[in-house]
Write a protein that binds this ligand. Structure first.
Ligand SMILES: CC(=O)N[C@H]1[C@@H](OP(=O)(O)OP(=O)(O)OC[C@H]2O[C@@H](n3ccc(=O)[nH]c3=O)[C@H](O)[C@@H]2O)O[C@H](CO)[C@@H](O)[C@@H]1O
Ligand SMILES: C=C(OP(=O)(O)O)C(=O)O
Length: 440
């Protein structure tokens, strides 16, 4: 029988949760360890599915990965690295987006890479054209095959002048992980500058890389012949922190998020204050709570860093269903990130989706046929329903809507949420939620 989570809603979430290393950094740091001639140690690693997937991928490439789940200490030893069989790699097709980042390290170390079809949240087309274009500019030869891509560098990888059409996080990481050991200098314009990118740069610098970041989104990398290992504590997961903050608002609760870092949440905290949420920062985390006054509607646009992160959008939309008035959310990073609102509407929320750009940020989706703006009228009384989780953040958003709703919700597909939220059922139960898991 498939796993089923039954939620009796209507109780405020109250108490404390711990957030560990960022889902959007930890797997990339693990990939970086491939570049080292010595073992690396990563601390603050959460027990999430994406870490398990990358552990398996590294293991089949001969890397020894030792994990202490309780302390979150991970040791990665690449000294026996080897090429993996395509059939072994194929078993990870569709699991996550991380395999595409193996290209540079595997080409540097093994002379070739085979990358399976990617997974990740279905929130848009998510092409990899920028990745392939930058790899080709470094000198790679890309052979698209039926089950993935085979990539080689017969003449070696050489530093290049690159300019991304959009500041893609993944493509920036692709450049970093390839350029650090490419011959000569790489200059990347229009790079992503998310906190997770800076953390990856810190890791690569520890390994011996030479990387500078300018204020104009330009990153300059001087290739080196050899990298050693790193010892690093992963930055906390700002997206999980923001998710719990929204959960406190939606359920009229009070949640202390141990490990949350204010530095990486500036845009989120500004929005949280505008909607009427309260927060208090201390040395160990941030307390988030609903102050009791009616929540205020907002006009919000997602953007690349330092803007309002797209991964915060979905839980925040649930909070906006409880605000008094009309809110507008313009999603400018992914063309199709409002699919999760269908279940919210079934729960009683009033949300209309629009193809037009309802905002002032230049957006790539305006002249195309994508429902990427939402108008939310609140407050709505939410009622429990049956839900099948569509994607990671959409799934968490459905959970918090169900926790706030009157009545019972039955949620399937919750495994998807494990990709980025560590022990989330224990956490919501610890915050006082009335939940029951059945099935396996
Ligand atoms: C594992 C991970 O870290 N995932 C995060 C990462 O995803 P990811 O790195 O996949 O996201 P990108 O920043 O690359 O994507 C941003 C936009 O660029 C487009 N694009 C990207 C690459 C490409 O080759 N061609 C192209 O058109 C995408 O379709 C999307 O519209 O950054 C996103 C934006 O902050 C976050 O939402 C994800 O949580
Ligand atoms: C979109 C996300 O992740 P991924 O890129 O791994 O699909 C996310 O974390 O919200």
């Amino acid at each position: 029988m498939a796993k089923l989570l039954t939620i009796q809603g209507g109780k405020p979430l109250e108490g404390s949760v711990r957030v560990r290393g960022a889902k959007n950094l930890v797997p990339k740091a693990m990939v970086a360890s491939l570049l080292g001639s010595e073992p690396s140690k990563l601390r603050n690693v959460p027990e999430i599915k994406d870490v398990e997937i990358v552990t398996n991928l590294l293991t089949i490439h001969g890397v020894t990965v030792d994990v202490e789940p309780e302390t979150g200490d991970l040791t990665l030893d690449p000294r026996q690295m080897r090429n993996a069989e395509h059939s072994e790699i194929d078993t990870h097709a569709g699991d996550s987006r991380i395999p595409i980042l193996f290209c540079g390290p595997l080409m540097h170390k093994n002379g070739e890479a085979f990358i399976p079809d990617l997974g990740g949240c279905r929130i848009g087309d998510r092409p990899i054209d920028y990745h392939l274009e930058v790899l080709r500019t470094f000198g790679a030869v890309v052979d698209k095959q039926v089950t993935g891509i085979h990539i080689t560098a017969p003449k070696g990888l050489k530093g290049a002048k690159l300019d991304l059409p959009y500041p893609s996080v993944g493509a920036t990481e692709q450049v970093l992980l390839t350029a650090v050991m490419a011959e000569g200098i790489t200059e990347l314009k229009n790079a992503a500058v998310e906190p997770e990118i800076h953390d990856l740069i810190a890791i690569l610098q520890q390994m011996g890389a030479i990387i500078s970041v300018n204020t104009d989104r330009t990153i300059r990398i001087e290739g080196v012949d050899r990298l050693s290992g790193f010892r690093h504590r992963a930055i906390p997961d700002r997206n999980e922190s923001a998710s719990w903050a929204s959960a406190a608002l939606v359920t009229r609760g009070d949640i202390y998020v141990r490990g949350a870092a204010q530095r990486d949440l500036t845009a989120f905290l500004n929005t949280y204050r505008k909607i009427g949420g309260e927060f208090e920062v201390d040395d160990d985390g941030i307390r988030f709570w609903h102050a009791g006054d009616p929540l205020k509607p907002l006009v919000l646009e997602t953007d690349v860093h330092p803007g309002f992160m797209t991964d915060w959008q979905q839980p925040m939309v649930v909070a906006l269903t409880q605000a008094h008035g009309v809110s507008i959310v313009h999603e400018t990073v992914y063309e199709n990130r409002f699919g999760f609102t269908e279940a919210l509407k079934r729960m009683g929320a009033s949300i209309q989706l629009h193809r037009e750009c309802l905002g002032s940020n230049p957006c790539r989706f305006g002249q195309r046929n994508f429902l990427h703006s939402a108008v939310i009228s609140g407050p709505s009384e939410l009622k429990g329903t049956d839900i099948d989780v569509p994607d990671l953040r959409g799934g968490f958003s459905h959970l918090i809507a169900a926790l706030a709703a009157q009545g019972t919700s039955r949620v399937t597909g919750i495994e998807i949420i494990n990709r980025g939220y560590e022990r989330f059922i224990d956490k919501i139960a610890g915050l006082g939620a009335d939940v029951e898991m059945t099935g396996r």
